[in-house]
Design a protein around this ligand. Structure first.
Ligand SMILES: [Mg+2]
Length: 401
């Protein structure tokens, strides 16, 4: 056979998965003159989908006989086998054009996938593989996609997010698929409304009888309509005279965000360092550090004298800039590149920190924060962040053992 006569054949096998399919078929392909170039397999609900690329390159091999034997073997195994002779060499893809697209919803439907894949088709983005990351009903899919040329990732992302916004509770994250996506090493989290369900300062204010005044200021600060430092000072001033004993009691009953423990525990077992950087107060940050075994905590310090809050803040204020600076400092200390940092937050004062991290996640966040982040998640549980790293429910279970 001449070089230019070498045949490349794509073989696809589908059917109910039973033991022996792979060995039966590859035994036939083991003959001299047949070269296996590529293979991929997936089993969904017990149904197999296997594809292989082979090339006939020996002079003493009859390609017709091999293909006939494959068909015969498939019949014997009770599966369908199809083949197609293709022109040219197997494609080699650059990871520069690969993207991981994660779809999340409590009840993921075909119409979600249809809407997303229509965008991909329009932009000539191919889907290479699809994986379900959750257990039980369909709630999270990871699509690994590729394009044959450079595309405007920002525009693709914007369009996908626009499509997603039509559906309630559908989240889509687009990330470059490369080594860095999975090789994250440090997670930096906000505290109030991120790691815990409440805004501590609002709770303190309620207990102090200045709830309404403080809540209004918090709202303005968190939506980015008021300077954070000034708003914090104003609010803390209103807490003047609040007893430390009541702070202690509140610290004991901080409601964690659903999934907080799973997220922290899983990432810690996988070797991540976890930092809490909060514009909230040390009293509560330290409590969470102990409870969850966090590695770093940076917060604001309420001045307390004779068992009561004075209304002043001790030391420099942890604001948006300080949060971003601290993220960078911890990354340096841990010898981790910014690309390998995940930041999670919900407020306007998290924006700089989210932008600095390789993966900045807006969690149930305000609009401004969502727009600044590389991914926005509006799910009930913090554990859904693990899906963005390609971590499956099975992985989580295994790590918990
Ligand atoms: Mg917050």
């Amino acid at each position: 056979m001449q070089e230019n006569e070498k045949k490349q054949v794509v073989v696809t096998v589908t059917g109910r998965d039973v033991p022996g399919i792979m060995s039966g078929l590859t035994e036939i392909l083991s003959r001299d003159g047949v070269k296996l170039l590529d293979m991929e397999q997936a089993v969904t609900h017990g149904w197999l989908s296997l594809s292989m690329v082979i090339r006939f390159e020996g002079s003493d091999i009859s390609d017709t006989l091999v293909l006939k034997d494959l068909l015969f073997k498939a019949k014997e195994l009770g599966v369908n086998l199809d083949f197609k002779v293709v022109e040219g060499e197997a494609q080699v893809r650059s990871t520069a054009h690969q993207f991981a697209i994660t779809l999340m919803s409590e009840d993921l439907q075909a119409r979600h996938v249809a809407a997303i894949s229509a965008v991909l088709a329009r932009r000539a983005v191919n889907i290479d593989s699809i994986r379900k990351l959750n257990e039980g009903g369909l709630a999270c899919l990871e699509l690994i996609t590729y394009t044959s040329s450079d595309i405007d990732v920002g525009a693709l992302k914007d369009e996908l997010l626009k499509v997603a916004s039509v559906f309630s509770q559908l989240d889509i994250a687009v990330q470059r698929e490369n080594l860095y996506r999975r090789a994250k090493r440090l997670v930096v989290m906000d505290m109030d409304s991120t790691l815990i369900q409440i805004e501590v300062i609002d709770e303190l204010a309620k207990l102090a009888g200045v709830g309404e005044q403080v809540r209004e200021i918090t709202e303005r600060a968190m939506s980015g309509h008021m300077d954070f430092d000034e708003s914090l000072k104003q609010r803390v001033r209103l807490l003047h005279g609040f007893p430390e004993s009541e702070m202690k009691a509140l610290a004991e009953r901080l409601p964690l965000m659903p999934g907080a423990e799973v997220l922290v525990k899983t990432l810690k077992r996988l070797g991540y360092k976890i930092a809490l950087i909060s514009g909230g107060f040390s009293y509560f940050g330290e409590k969470l550090k102990d409870k969850l075994g966090l590695h770093y905590v940076y917060t604001n310090n309420l001045e307390i004298e004779e068992g009561r809050v004075t209304g002043n803040i001790k030391g420099s204020i942890v604001n948006a800039q300080r949060k971003a600076d601290l993220l960078e400092m911890i990354a340096q200390q841990e010898g981790v590149s910014l690309e390998s940092v995940i930041a999670i937050g919900d407020g306007a004062n998290d924006i700089l920190m989210l932008k600095k991290a390789g993966l900045g996640i807006a969690f149930n966040a305000k609009r401004k924060t969502r727009e600044a982040a590389s991914a926005a998640i509006n799910q009930k549980t913090l554990a859904s962040i693990l899906y963005l790293l390609g971590i499956t429910d099975k992985d989580i279970e295994e790590v918990a053992r």
